[in-house]
Design a binder for this molecule. Structure first.
Ligand SMILES: [Zn+2]
Ligand SMILES: [Zn+2]
Ligand SMILES: [Zn+2]
Length: 364
């Protein structure tokens, strides 16, 4: 509703809900009860005036370009609200999702479907686990090492649900066959995202990003990387198409061997929007719950440090650890490349825009 001052009155062109544009009418301010919309309108107007003319006082007449911008902005807000509602209707996790774009006029992505868990591609089957543990208390009295012990691995969590294994080691959680209940300390990733997160437009040209609206403690589970599971041959084919679009959504599941890839380009959760950083605050772990096929781990992100409310979440799209680095870092010396969690496919050289001091300049 751009306004046109007549005499000393401000007039607003009102588009009435349920009526076409041709039925819009000019109304004086006192006729309008939509306080929220008016406030937003003036905020958008002031911001755009500042951007265009370095002043915020509205002129007597809005020029057509400015008026058109404000209409586009209002339409975008409506589209983003609708998308936000759609995302929240589809999520099965506790954490809410908000959407925000105060940077440009881009609306919701055109081709993206929110899912909560892997969508298994054609010809691939996830086998349901056949056995569970019999522990009285999985953390304090693990019978035979609980579920991780059954495959000679270590229990992953402390009593606060924080991961205590070094990166590269697999996490085995309790499953649907276990005797323990929902509150078992060995059920973390399976409970899903619990933090309220915001998909926001970055101001420095990195597209959408994700920020947390709540403080996240070090080593806490944040989110899973989900998408469509496809064979690596199929990933190779799709990768060539994605390369041309500059998209990086293919994540190789190469925990033991490179047979499958997760494609989060079309089907994905909020991790689809998480940006790369060479100095990330999320670390990847391979997780096994109801499926014990080592070629099909679930990919979970844990906080590498305390993350403040409002901070952007990032992970390293190309987290190769070379042997030299391994000796000098926190990793133990027996940390093997074979045990590394997967990383998105490397194809073309993509310049990194993460802006951190330790930036490697190229993603791949
Ligand atoms: Zn147990
Ligand atoms: Zn168990
Ligand atoms: Zn348990």
């Amino acid at each position: 509703c751009p306004f046109a001052p007549q005499q000393e009155q401000e007039y607003y062109l009102v588009k009435w809900r349920g009526y076409p544009d041709s039925e819009s009418t000019w109304e004086p301010r006192q006729n309008l009860k939509c306080v929220r919309i008016l406030k937003q309108f003036h905020k958008d107007l002031e911001r755009e005036l500042l951007r265009r003319h370095h002043r915020s006082k509205p002129p007597r007449h809005l020029d057509p370009s400015l008026a058109n911008y404000l209409v586009q902005k209002a339409k975008q807000r409506r589209a983003l609200r609708r998308w936000e509602q759609e995302l929240n209707a589809k999520r099965s996790h506790l954490g809410r999702i908000t959407v925000e774009n105060e940077v440009d006029l881009d609306g919701p992505p055109r081709a993206f479907v929110y899912i909560n868990e892997y969508r298994v591609g054609e010809g691939i089957t996830l086998n349901q686990v056949a056995v569970g543990c019999e522990c009285q208390d999985c953390l304090w009295a693990p019978a035979g090492g609980c579920c991780p012990g059954a495959s000679l691995h270590k229990f992953a969590y402390n009593d606060q649900g924080q991961v205590r294994l070094r990166a590269g080691l697999p996490i085995y959680e309790c499953n649907s066959r276990c005797r323990c209940g929902y509150d078992c300390p060995n059920r973390v990733v399976q409970k899903g995202i619990r933090y309220d997160l915001c998909i926001f437009r970055t101001a420095d040209g990195r597209g959408w990003g994700v920020r947390t609206l709540e403080k996240i403690r070090k080593n806490s589970f944040v989110m899973e990387y989900v998408g469509e599971i496809i064979t690596s041959e199929e990933a190779e084919r799709r990768g060539q198409i994605y390369d041309r679009q500059g998209a990086t959504y293919l994540f190789d599941l190469d925990y033991v061997e490179d047979v499958y890839t997760v494609d989060a380009a079309y089907y994905g959760n909020i991790s689809h929007f998480v940006n790369h950083s060479c100095d990330p605050n999320l670390q990847v772990y391979n997780v096994f719950i109801d499926n014990l096929d080592e070629r099909l781990p679930r990919i979970a992100f844990f906080a590498t440090r305390t993350i403040r409310a409002g901070e952007e979440l990032t992970f390293d799209y190309n987290m190769q650890v070379d042997p030299v680095d391994m000796e000098s870092t926190r990793m133990d010396s027996n940390f093997g490349l074979a045990g590394l969690p997967g990383s998105p496919k490397k194809r073309v050289r993509i310049e990194c825009k993460c802006g951190t001091e330790s930036c490697r300049k190229y993603l791949f």
